[in-house]
Design a protein around this ligand. Structure first.
Ligand code: C2O
Ligand code: CU
Ligand code: CU
Length: 503
């Protein structure tokens, strides 16, 4: 029996190994509901009585982390992770984990070239954590690796300098061993924008981050723990929030051009974004601007952790709905949720905006990484085996589950490599690498190869089931770096490895 047949048959209890099982036990100790252990219960941790979230409020700006540095070229701040109470729905209080009391956490905005020093305080109760600066070129010992935990009650300084050319839309989130998924779905994640010194995008377009997070609420307002279906498929909750709000409204005059930074900060939700019939111009990827705008797109696909920068023109008065279409990324077992949802309304009013300046034809140059001197192959697999007490699932890279004390790949700083990520599994897995941005080269499926249509800096890329994706990778700084599936439940279940970059 293969895995899919087994799941569909729904006959036996599943046993999920190590950290996940430990986490579930933790929850039961703390008196939280035990998630269903049967694969047959689909996604339904929360029955119909799920609280109703208010909709239609004006889109809020993300709160900002204040810079208390006195001179230019520096960003200095404090940031605290601690339990907080959120009021997502009328009449219920939701215990969350938050950076500075907010979810999403405060927007951190700096300029390329800045020296950044963030003093972090872990005030989570009885849990270690780290802050990982997702996608950013920071030294390995400042990057919040699971090997560098900050104990509950402890403080640490994260300090790094952001080089020229690093402008882009990044984010930050915890990365402690075995608890990343839970800390993120309980509220710990925020946007980190590095602005260029010279921005080629007209200021008249504005610059609006839209930070998408996933939320599931139980009827008492609490955030339920992951179920077995969440662990297998990646958590998909009941709501997609935009900057922490359900279906906010953005009001713009007709003729407006807007620049949006789109962040998929959900644990396991695939987004396929559309702005009604308005054409989308892609101007940037995870690691900043493209070389030239890519106009005329209808959808932007964002796997968990991916980002994009887009420009959208709102010509006619009326309503435009930012929506995510349903995506099937290879759901295991019954109960695949319909993931289509309206996310935000853009109310285009009849008063005309001033004529916006045109988007420049060239945005910047992206370095040629040159020919690779080494090739790596990583294979994603999912396994089911009979173990003590039932079937055991594994999410593996090159046949191995994550081990913090094992180095899986040794690379050399400054050397270009070709990384080949082959997905031999039944589900899509978004591949993420720490420490650097990479350049997609091509995708192979059923022996057909499609070249990447343009050069782009990426740190996360979806590798669909049955696909092989090839990337050019160059790590500039020595140290231990993680690579993993960014469905955080899969990362937790072991789909992660370590590359040691040597000087
Ligand atoms: Cu966004 Cu290893 O993480
Ligand atoms: Cu990362
Ligand atoms: Cu995965």
């Amino acid at each position: 029996m293969n895995r899919r047949e087994f799941l569909l048959s729904g006959v036996a209890a599943l046993v999920i190994s190590s950290p996940a099982a430990a986490q579930m036990q933790d929850h039961s100790k703390h008196g939280m509901d035990m998630p269903g252990m049967s694969p047959g219960d689909g996604k339904t941790a929360v029955p119909a009585a799920s609280p109703v979230l208010p909709e239609g409020a004006p889109l809020r700006d993300l709160p900002r982390l204040a810079n208390r540095a006195s001179g230019p070229g520096r960003f200095e701040a404090d940031l605290t992770a601690k339990p907080a109470i959120a009021r997502f729905a009328e009449g219920v209080e939701t215990p969350i984990l938050a950076y500075d009391g907010e979810t999403p956490g405060p927007l951190i905005e700096v300029t390329e070239g800045d020296k950044v020093a963030i003093r972090f305080a872990n005030r989570l109760q009885g849990e270690e954590t780290t802050i990982h600066w997702h996608g950013m070129p920071v030294p390995a010992d400042q990057d919040g690796n699971p090997m560098d935990p900050v104990a509950s009650g402890a403080d640490r300084l994260y300090a790094f300098e952001l080089p020229e050319g690093s402008a882009g839309s990044y984010w930050y989130h915890p990365h402690p061993h075995g608890r990343t998924a839970e800390q993120v779905y309980r509220g710990l994640a925020g946007a980190f924008i590095v602005k260029p010194r010279q921005d080629p995008i007209p200021a008249a377009y504005g610059d609006t981050p839209l930070f998408f997070t996933d939320l599931r609420l139980a009827s008492d307002g609490s955030i339920p723990p992951n179920t077995m279906a969440d662990l297998m498929n990646g958590r998909v909750g009941d709501h997609v929030l935009v900057n922490g709000q359900k279906k906010p409204v953005l009001t713009l005059p007709a003729g407006s051009w807007r620049r949006f930074r789109l962040f998929n900060a959900s644990n396991g939700r695939f987004l396929r974004l559309t702005f009604g019939t308005a054409p989308i111009t892609l101007i940037g990827s995870d690691g900043g601007l493209l070389e030239a705008p890519v106009p005329g797109l209808r959808v932007i696909d964002l796997a968990p952790a991916e980002r994009a920068e887009v420009v959208v023109a709102f010509d006619q008065p009326g309503q435009v709905v930012l929506r995510t279409e349903d995506v099937d990324h290879g759901w295991m077992g019954p109960g695949r949720p319909d993931t289509a949802a309206d996310l935000m309304t853009i109310d285009v009013t009849a008063d005309r905006a001033e004529t916006a300046p045109a988007l420049p034809a060239k945005l910047r140059r992206i370095a040629d990484l040159g020919p690779p001197v080494a090739t790596r192959r990583l294979e994603f697999t999912e396994t089911m085996s009979m173990g003590e007490g039932g079937m055991k699932m594994g999410f593996l890279i090159n046949g191995a589950s994550f081990d913090m004390n094992r180095v899986d790949v040794v690379a050399k700083a400054g050397q270009t490599e070709l990384w080949e990520i082959a997905n031999l599994a039944d589900m899509d897995h978004p591949f993420h690498l720490h420490g650097t941005q990479f350049q997609p080269v091509e995708t192979e499926r059923d022996g057909r190869v499609s070249k990447a249509p343009y050069r782009a800096w990426k740190d996360t890329i979806n590798v669909a089931r049955g696909e092989t994706v090839r990337l050019l990778v160059r790590q500039e700084q020595p140290g231990l770096r993680m690579y993993h599936c960014h469905i955080l439940e899969h990362e937790q279940l072991g789909m992660m490895g370590v590359v040691e970059v040597r000087a």
